[in-house]
Unconditional design. Structure first.
Length: 153
């Protein structure tokens, strides 16, 4: 089986820390050399302790699901002879409380809009079938307990 790694790095620097006013800004380092500025979400930890322009874990989870779904969709569309010119997904995750009163990402709505060209354009039913197949195969979707919906046009 495969393994996937990320290195998460945070430094206190000269911040006091014990007053709880330290920066939640940190960095994600990936094996390909990409460094992503990360932070807690400002909705979880108020500014200025969060860094609004950095990626937060909740956004990353939603993006990972949408990306995984898209990659399977593109692969299955290609195998069925469709030409995808573009794919845009404005995915949204919804934070809710569980039965124990703890917050979690309860629902994620994918809203993909693929654009096709060529002689073979899929029907609405074929597009929905591609999404269903993609969802079934998506590693991230198979790892989540959140309800995932795919809203198509």
């Amino acid at each position: 089986m495969s393994q996937y790694q990320a290195n998460v790095v945070w430094q206190r620097g000269d911040q006091l820390f014990t007053d709880n006013r330290y920066s939640r800004g940190h960095e994600w380092n990936f094996d390909g050399g990409l460094n992503v500025p990360a932070s807690s979400a400002p909705s979880s930890v108020p500014l200025p302790m969060s860094v609004a322009e950095n990626v937060d874990p909740e956004e990353a989870l939603v993006a990972a699901l949408a990306s995984c779904h898209m990659l399977f969709f593109l692969s299955f569309a290609q195998k069925q002879g469709f030409i995808v010119d573009s794919y845009n997904d404005h995915a949204i995750g919804f934070m809710e409380k569980n039965d124990h009163g703890r917050l979690y990402i309860a629902r994620i709505a994918l809203r993909p809009t693929p654009k096709f060209s060529g002689d073979k354009i899929p029907t609405k039913e074929q597009i929905e079938a591609l999404h269903h197949l993609s969802h079934e195969h998506c590693y991230i979707a198979n790892s989540l307990r959140a309800d995932v919906t795919i809203l198509t046009e």
